[in-house]
Write a protein that binds this ligand. Sequence first.
Ligand code: KG4
Ligand code: ZN
Length: 407
Amino acid sequence: MFTHIKSVHKAHRTVSIVSARYSSAVAILGIETSCDDTGCAVVNGNGRILGESLYSQNNVHIRYGGVNPLIAYELHRNNIELSVNEAIELSNFKISDLDAIAVTTKPGMLINLQVGVKYAKYLARKFHKPLIPIHHMEAHALIARMYQTITCPFVVLLISGGHCLLALVKDIDNFFLLGEGLDNAPGEIMDKVARRLKLKNIAEFSLMPGGKAIETAARKASNPEQFKFPLPLTKYRDCNFSFSGLKDSVFRTLLRKETDHGIVGDAIIPEVYDLCAAFQLAIAEHIVHRTERALIFCEERNLVSRRDKTIIVSGGVACNDIIFQAIQLIGKKKGYNVYRPPSRLCTDNGVMVAWNGVEKFRKKFDISLDIDLSSVTPVAPLGKSLINEVKAAQIPVRVTRLKKYNF
Ligand code: KG4
Ligand code: ZN
């Protein structure tokens, strides 16, 4: 019985792939469940968002100081159908009108990825639609192309709660990894420091993701220079990142200040804003230092066009204006245009998955009749690694001290 249904679907779906449309008439549903947001969207071939729905779990997980995978799983299961139906209804399309269903298959929390993939498989079977598997980080990298004309190759910096990656994008399906995080991701340490600082006890920050709370608190700083944090990995001439030493250093400083002030319970140190600003600047300096080397490497190897050099910054931490402005500074110095997607599309969402689906659909790339659940995986490298080549190049880069530029 199962084999029979599969072959009927297969025949039908093959027809719809071959007769693919390549214009605004194309409509792709995107489904994202890799972490704590159930995001769905319908996007057309011109990059217009026809319908969108996002069930964010931030307010639930904020109590735990990080994403609780089992709670996230339950919420994805509760919300997936609602979210798909909302996106579809808003689009004025029917599922039967869609060209394909794109769904995040990697990397991410396995049980959460599976919720999205199983639902996408169910819809694909029911409505005879092809499926397009999506790499979550590739989707973050490519979404800016929905808004700007950005031609490949370009450099991408992906900074989020789970990742810190520098890559060269030669084509939408051809990535080369230049640098990666060796320990904690920048969003992760911002979330941890925000929690340890007890920022959620201040009403203004209580419902913000940790990184946003740190950024907002840092705007109120008056004397951040009182805190100094060491720049990580300066001895290593590569483009990798390390944030755990910085996190530990902030924790030690905080403990010292709490002891000095006799802070107990829910109270907060008086220098909280200055500490946030100094911490944020240290993150920005480290990211800028590694990114500058990646830009030089790409230029020296002729991996980017001489006339049209672009860097895209994406992922949740790309919402941070100070970090983005720091990348703009280094981009200007090296002759690169710097772009980021609109804030709500820097963080996880269904639109980026649908858009990546549109780009793959246009190229007739990765369109599947089915997705094997065994291909859904929590860890997935981003393209081919050039990290050893970057190391071998031993490119010296002087640290850019952002304070000098009034950050
Ligand atoms: O990309 P994303 O939505 O999820 C992952 O794939 O990780 O990123 C979430 C991360 C969280 O750590 C959150 O604190 C951080 O992005 N974030 C920010 C800002 N807004 C969100 N970090 C720094 N500054 C912000 N304004
Ligand atoms: Zn993400």
